[in-house]
Write a protein that binds this ligand. Sequence first.
Ligand code: PRP
Length: 183
Amino acid sequence: MDSTDVQADLKHVLYTKEQIQQRITELAAQIDKDYEGRELLIVGVLKGAVMVMADLARALHSHVSMDWMAVSSYGSGTQSSGVVRILKDLDTDLMGKDVLIVEDIIDSGLTLSWLKTNLESRGTSSVEICTAFRKPDAAKVELDVKYVGYDLPNEFVVGYGLDYAEKYRNLEFVGTLAPHVYE
Ligand code: PRP
């Protein structure tokens, strides 16, 4: 979907399809360089990371393996609690692997902080994080994120994997929702 399809629901477009694709290409070039000569496993966290996994993987010039996890954060509403439950685990044995976790967004950082520690405990050689978006003003924990697409304001953002009540994930851009949608 493009912005004309959801015009009435939008406040602002923050990053266009072109800007996102350009940044993903830059991140892929950096990842190709950083992991040259190594075998990389990229791990997408369902469901939001589907778009960035698909675009990032295709922008890479190196072979990568791909696997998926689904996690759920205990707690009320949209707030992450930091206590995470694995709904779908990896199929891959991580012993000795270089792993790159791929996310759509880092908000409080609690989910990724937990996930990074969890994967590291499985005997990995390295675990790094790549996220399409990050909300620096929402951070509750210090988290070392090696690859960041764009920083976002601490507002309700949708698109490119990010949902509101499971809608808007399939927007090709990222934008803020008009208040009438969620009030
Ligand atoms: C989002 C995102 C991260 C998490 C980040 O997932 O994909 O996994 O929230 O939040 P945090 O930094 O505050 O922990 P969500 O739980 O919305 O699931 P989804 O990917 O299925 O939309």
